[in-house]
Design a protein around this ligand. Structure first.
Ligand code: FAD
Ligand code: MLT
Ligand code: ZN
Length: 481
């Protein structure tokens, strides 16, 4: 039993959600440890509500006792936002039981789902109705739509469909006061004052608890085709992107890059995976979604890649001939994060840059990192189509990870984030801030922007009970980790 298991709030919480859904004993590591296993928290209890009314009652009970609360979906976040701190005083509110699809309106092209719906289940529910919910990311088998919206997740289809924010029309949110804001609108136009929905999207559980969302759906494309190509340089990858955009327009739905170190790691950790092309400094994964038919998409792809070969933008290319081959290509790309986690510790940088500045940023930063941190390997991969690189540095076996993180990590982050700012970029493209980038955010965001953010936090959560210490530092000593 946890030391604080007799805290008076627990009896209230048990009365609200039922004893079985207030967990205080046994192995709670699936909830208390983050996906990367960098942060181990201790919750006062893990609470698993089943309805929005229960969430509101839990919030009111916590507020009455002055107990802070950390909302959690699938716990796949990468910036330490979804696990409690080590104080043993925070309630971990896991939304996993709230996983109903409330409504699909195919004429309006919308669906309303509860926050705990796993992303893959949302995609499947849309597909069963011959419709598409395009948000797609490597963690889609475990992350939830509530977490996706709370982090404004990106993923591999942003180029065509935008990020989670662009795919959401309405929200239902439990406020820090315990009131419910019912904003589940399926409207594509609504200019009635401030946009409250956009305030909660990307707020990482610090402004309210998302309990349901109305999402945009699209017609299913008639054909989706995947190809891979190898390039000698990042400049050529970008020229290939420009050519693909010029030839395919909005049919280009994915454009991912992987440097050779990333794929080498995938080869090492997952030797069973098939690689259609030989190793090269850069490999690009392209996806086309076509409204006509498969022949049309294939012809478009083949013409595009022939031109790219003629112009020497690519050294080799392969178009998937079957659905299996297409899955295999995506599997390679999506295995990088797992391979990196399996191979040891890494320092992640989820950065956004104008696509045009990426070659200059990489030339400058690759050289500076190689000189100052010769012990690190650069895994540079990501969503090049929308200017989002995962500029990750892998520690090799000889480096003591704990030592590195304590002594050298912040100098590495400073070097990279200074270059990001110099090139007009952002220190978080899609993963969010959590506690991991909180100090860097305070340094890099304008004082006016920070002041406005703090004013919004103070207005919506005056007692600082919602995910304290995430995104912004706490003013009342609750620091996250
Ligand atoms: P959690 O990790 O549980 O929570 C994330 C944050 O949201 C926390 O701050 C939490 O407090 C808050 N939160 C969760 N639910 C709610 C709610 N209902 N109301 C209010 N706040 C809430 N991210 C990308 O953007 N693009 C990618 O391509 C991508 N690929 C990934 C691949 C892998 C293998 C992994 C492990 C992660 C990847 N991620 C990616 C990161 C992660 O999957 C996303 O951030 C995802 O949106 C988190 O969803 P979740 O349900 O797991 O949220
Ligand atoms: C991805 O795109 O695979 C994840 O967002 C990246 C990561 O692990 O940094
Ligand atoms: Zn990503």
């Amino acid at each position: 039993m946890k030391p604080a298991a007799c805290h008076p709030v627990l009896a209230d919480l048990k009365a609200i959600v039922g004893e079985a859904h207030v967990l205080t004993e046994g192995d709670l590591s699936a909830f208390e440890v983050d996906w990367r296993k960098r942060f181990r928290g201790t919750a006062l209890a893990v609470v698993r509500p089943g309805t929005t009314l229960e969430v509101a009652a839990v919030m009111r009970a916590c507020a009455a006792h002055g107990v802070a609360l950390v909302p959690q979906g699938g716990n796949t976040g990468l910036v330490n936002g979804s696990t409690p701190d080590q104080s043993g005083t925070q309630i971990l509110l896991n939304l996993g039981r709230m996983n109903r699809v409330r409504e699909i309106d195919d004429a309006n092209l919308t669906m309303t789902v509860e926050a705990g719906c796993v992303l893959q289940a949302v995609q499947s529910a849309a597909a069963q109705n011959n419709l598409l919910f395009p948000l797609s990311l490597g963690a889609e088998g475990s992350c939830t739509i509530g977490g996706n919206l709370a982090t404004n997740a990106g993923g591999t289809q942003v180029l065509r469909y935008g990020n989670a924010r662009d795919l959401c029309l309405g929200l239902e949110v439990v406020m820090a006061s315990g009131e419910i804001w019912s904003g589940l609108s399926g409207l594509r136009k609504d200019n009635t004052g401030y946009d409250l929905r956009d305030l909660f999207i990307g707020s990482e559980g610090t402004l309210g608890i998302i309990t349901a969302a109305t999402l945009k759906l699209y017609p299913q494309p008639s054909a989706v085709m995947t190809a891979m190509a190898t390039c000698e340089s990042l400049e050529r990858c970008i020229k290939l992107l420009q050519l693909a955009q010029a030839r395919a327009g909005s049919a280009l739905t994915g454009f991912e890059v992987m440097n050779e170190t990333s794929l080498e790691l995938v080869r090492k950790v997952f030797p069973q995976l098939r690689h259609p092309l030989s190793p090269s400094p850069w490999t690009v994964l392209l996806e086309l979604s076509d409204a006509e038919n498969e022949e049309h998409a294939r012809a478009l792809f083949e013409r595009l890649l022939e031109q790219a070969l003629e112009r020497e933008l690519v050294t080799d290319a392969a178009v998937a001939q079957t659905l299996q081959q297409s899955h295999d290509m995506w599997h390679l790309r999506e295995s990088i994060t797992m391979a990196s986690a399996d191979a040891g510790a890494s320092v992640k940088h989820d950065i956004a840059l104008p696509v045009s500045r990426i070659p200059a940023f990489c030339a400058q930063t690759d050289a500076a990192v190689a000189q100052a941190f010769p012990e690190l390997r650069l895994l540079n991969f990501g969503h090049l189509g929308d200017g989002n690189l995962h500029y990750n540095l892998q520690l090799n076996d000889e480096v003591d990870a704990a030592d590195f993180m304590r002594v050298r990590e912040s100098a590495l982050n400073d070097l990279i984030y200074s270059a990001v700012m110099e090139h007009g970029g952002s220190i978080s493209a899609e993963h969010g801030v959590g506690t991991q980038k909180r100090e860097q955010l305070a340094l890099r965001k304008s004082p006016v922007a920070l002041k406005l953010m703090q004013a919004i936090k103070d207005a919506l959560d005056p007692a600082n009970l919602l995910n304290p210490g995430r995104v912004l530092a706490s003013r009342n000593g609750m620091e996250g980790h």
